[in-house]
Design a protein around this ligand. Structure first.
Ligand code: TNX
Length: 510
């Protein structure tokens, strides 16, 4: 077993080595020394963690480190040129801790590795860390999680808590599924009934809710401070009952349907080639684009079972063009690849799990033919609303479910669609759909520990392609590191499922 598999860090770093010698001890008076653009911001986040987790109060200083300090250094030559966006190094010796990166994001990921190495008892015991050196960078630039706030609504503070939990795994995109049949969750000034009426309930008759523009901006800012890009999704033309229920004029009949609180999919559609609908799309996309600094605006396009094939193609061509006209790169589920009229660079999200792959594979490749790339979300591995085990009370059981922690770990993005390799894969994303999931604690127990597996698939070096993926990935090594991470989740109050495949420490048993 190589040293990188022994150090308890998830995702597994590219290179990691334990060193001989005395450990680092965080002594009273230790400081965080910063140099370079963005280092002070990352230091502030580290200081806040050390204060809340370990009851240590460290000053941030703009001067070279003294013995026993933690240094954060941001400069171009801290990583190789290829790794400047997010790579980092982490060195721990008796002399001090040093995180080096070419970007603030890289330094922040270095801090996440450091946090996992700090003993959870750090508040009462001396804080010591074994000597080691890590050099690390991600395989993919896009590591995502998706939270469905449409079926069950989650308040801004709950979303921020979720962001805190995903960054520990170096997940850097949060896709918010903002609209669906059961609810419309973002205020639109020019179409106020979308939230006045369309946000008033949710799955199972739950209370509903929505984000004001200020609340949405506060989520975007909180995420950006932690190097997470928010990807907003307005799902269309299907999954639109909440909008149709809010405005009669969006319906062919001129009559608004009732709000919907069930779990069926595929029964709703926007009109196609309709002036009111066109104005609606332009307005909602414009407002959400204006709230979104990130490059992507996701418009769904999935499961349009009530839209004819021709209508679907015309709709997608028009809606993606509208997204591009508001300065955003369109993203959508793989069905959107049926269209050969996508704006250059449109991103597809692949969710199929059936083998042989059939038409979905061609739809995925269609994004590449049109100058875009694909996010891999094979539903049998990464749909985190799928039950862990037969008979679970919460979760859905399709997509080859149950989905165990092994299923979430033993797959590879470049082995899903023939002809779709790393060069055309933007990254990976794990969605959690919430028809059956009502509280943020339930969300966390579905997401963790499986998101740790998906995060490692997206970050860590690709397994040798000479072997089957089950042999190429070391599940036992991952399980050992995950057991250590469980202690951190317990200490942080992050809920997670104690799946039986993992040798959780006694201290984290429920
Ligand atoms: C499929 S696959 C959906 C969602 C459901 C989910 C439930 C895809 C893009 N859409 O509408 O919530 O299954 O697991």
């Amino acid at each position: 077993m190589s040293a990188s598999e022994i150090l308890p860090i998830i995702p597994r770093p590219v290179d990691a080595e334990s060193l001989e010698g005395a450990p680092f001890v965080l002594a009273p008076g230790a400081r965080v020394s910063v140099a370079g653009v963005g280092a002070a911001h990352v230091a502030d986040l580290l200081v806040a963690e050390l204060a809340s987790d370990c009851r240590r109060d460290l000053a941030v200083v703009h001067e070279p480190p003294a013995h026993g300090d933690i240094a954060i250094v941001i400069a171009d030559d801290e990583t190789s040129e290829a790794d400047r966006a997010e790579g980092y190094s982490l060195a721990v010796t008796a002399e001090g801790v040093r995180i080096g990166a070419a970007s603030a994001a890289g330094a922040f990921w270095g801090v996440q590795s450091l946090r996992q190495l700090i003993p959870v008892e750090c508040a009462s015991d001396p804080l010591t860390i074994r000597p080691l050196i890590v050099r690390d960078h991600p395989r993919f630039g896009y590591r995502g999680a998706m939270l469905d706030v449409a079926r069950h609504f989650f308040a801004p503070d709950e979303v921020k808590r979720f962001i805190d939990a995903i960054v520990l795994l170096k997940v850097n995109h949060l896709h918010l599924h903002l609209t669906d049949d059961q609810g419309w969750r973002i205020h639109i000034e020019s179409w106020p009934e979308l939230t006045a009426h369309g946000a008033s309930t949710g799955s199972d008759g739950s209370a509903g809710g929505f984000y004001t523009h200020d609340e949405f901006r506060s989520i975007v800012e909180y995420a950006a401070d932690r190097f997470v890009t928010i990807v907003p999704e307005l799902d269309m033309p299907g999954h639109t009952n909440a909008a149709l229920a809010s405005y009669p004029e969006l319906n062919a009949s001129g009559v608004a349907p009732a709000l919907y609180t069930g779990s069926n999919v595929g029964f709703s559609t926007l009109l196609v080639d309709d002036e009111t609908t066109d104005r609606f799309i332009d307005d909602v996309v414009r407002e959400v684009a204006s709230l979104t600094p990130g490059p992507y605006l996701h418009i769904g396009g999935d499961e349009c079972l009530s839209t004819s094939a021709d209508d679907f193609l015309r709709f997608i061509a028009k809606a993606t063009a509208i997204v591009a006209s508001h300065g955003k790169t369109p993203a959508g589920w793989h069905e959107m690849g049926k269209s050969a009229d996508l704006p250059e660079g449109t991103v597809g999200q692949y969710w199929d799990f059936t083998v042989p792959r059939g038409s979905s594979a061609d739809e995925a490749l269609s994004f590449v033919r049109q100058g875009g790339a694909v996010i891999m979300s094979p539903s049998n591995a990464v749909y985190l609303d799928i039950v862990y085990d037969e008979g679970d009370a919460i979760g859905q059981d399709w997509a080859d479910g149950p989905t165990t922690i092994r299923d979430a770990y033993l797959w590879d993005p470049s082995r899903i669609v023939p002809g779709l390799g790393d060069a055309h894969i933007l990254g990976v994303e794990a969605p959690v759909w919430t028809e059956t999931i009502a509280t943020i604690g339930e969300v966390e127990r579905m997401v963790f520990p499986r998101l740790a597996a998906v995060a490692e698939v997206g970050w860590s070096t690709a397994p040798a392609d000479t072997e089957p993926v089950e042999a190429a990935r070391d599940f036992d090594g991952f399980a050992g590191r995950l057991a250590a991470l469980g202690e951190h989740w317990s200490a942080a109050g992050t809920e997670f499922r104690r799946v039986p495949e993992i040798p959780w420490r006694e201290s984290v048993r429920a």
